[in-house]
Design a protein around this ligand. Structure first.
Ligand SMILES: NC(=O)c1ccc[n+]([C@@H]2O[C@H](COP(=O)([O-])OP(=O)(O)OC[C@H]3O[C@@H](n4cnc5c(N)ncnc54)[C@H](OP(=O)(O)O)[C@@H]3O)[C@@H](O)[C@H]2O)c1
Length: 225
């Protein structure tokens, strides 16, 4: 069965998820950081794109209270770490590949150069799922069948988010609307890719909203048409 798949993102008031100088999601508040950790503490696996690993180099290793919460919930201390990288551009030196007791997975394609494949196989379990682009339906099938993933948390970036929406795989969205204006035609937004035509727009239903100072925490369910 497909894992229940949540997307979590922090955006500026003008929809950006990074800054012109590539600072990533550092424009969010401490309250947003807590919400991210709390949301992660329910996830069997966390999935991101190679662009996010290259820009932000997250570890996905939990400590203290959030590690305890995971264990109380019957989960492993750390979530399975998943990166999508069709060309194998994700560096094997990324911090997500440092051992922390949880498997690190790379989903790639047949176009990955043999040298990149060999390097990534040293640090991760590599799955080739597609000729030129990663087939996200296969990704979630493999996560469910081989790794028993029931709850998957997607943490961007914009390209991966679009591909997952297009494949109809996102069930809910946690969005933090930050009181910032970033601007920039080329600064990445929360959903990139080719975009949707009018008839294919994804509809969402608001489940919950909460304001902390000037920041707004939103929770949506994705509607199935
Ligand atoms: N504000 C926030 O909450 C937040 C959260 C996460 C990230 N971010 C920001 O988002 C930015 C990164 O977003 P992004 O859109 O540039 O990159 P991304 O979505 O993180 O990664 C894009 C890369 O993922 C791989 N990929 C994605 N879909 C694929 C497919 N269907 N088939 C094969 N490969 C696929 C490709 O890797 P290859 O090039 O290896 O083929 C592609 O270049 C960063 O600036 C980061 O700081 C912000």
């Amino acid at each position: 069965m497909k894992p229940h798949t949540s997307l979590i993102m922090a955006i500026s008031l003008d929809g950006k998820i990074s800054t012109r100088d590539g600072a990533g999601p550092r424009f969010t508040s401490e309250a947003d950081g807590i919400r991210l950790r709390e949301t992660r503490s329910h996830a069997d696996a966390i999935l991101v794109g190679a662009g996010t690993i290259i820009a932000d180099d997250p570890t996905f290793t939990e400590h203290g209270k959030y590690k305890d919460l995971r264990l109380q919930r019957g989960l492993t201390a750390n979530p399975i770490k998943v990166v999508v990288s069709g060309s194998g551009s994700v560096p094997e030196t990324a911090r997500m590949f440092q051992p922390n007791g949880a498997p690190a997975l790379v989903f790639t394609t047949e176009r990955i150069p043999p040298t990149r494949l060999a390097s990534l196989e040293q640090v991760a379990e590599v799955h080739r799922v597609g000729e030129t682009t990663v087939d996200f339906r296969r990704v979630v099938e493999i996560l469910a069948e081989m790794y028993q993933v029931k709850r998957l948390l997607v943490e961007g970036g914009g390209q991966v988010n679009f591909d997952l929406f297009r494949a109809g795989l996102i069930d809910e969205v946690y969005l933090t609307l930050c009181p910032k204006i970033i601007g920039g035609r080329d600064v990445v937004t929360s959903v990139e890719g080719d975009g949707f035509d009018f008839l294919d727009i994804v509809d969402v239903e608001l489940l919950n909203h909460r304001a902390v100072d000037s920041e707004i925490f939103l929770h949506y369910r994705v509607q199935r048409n």
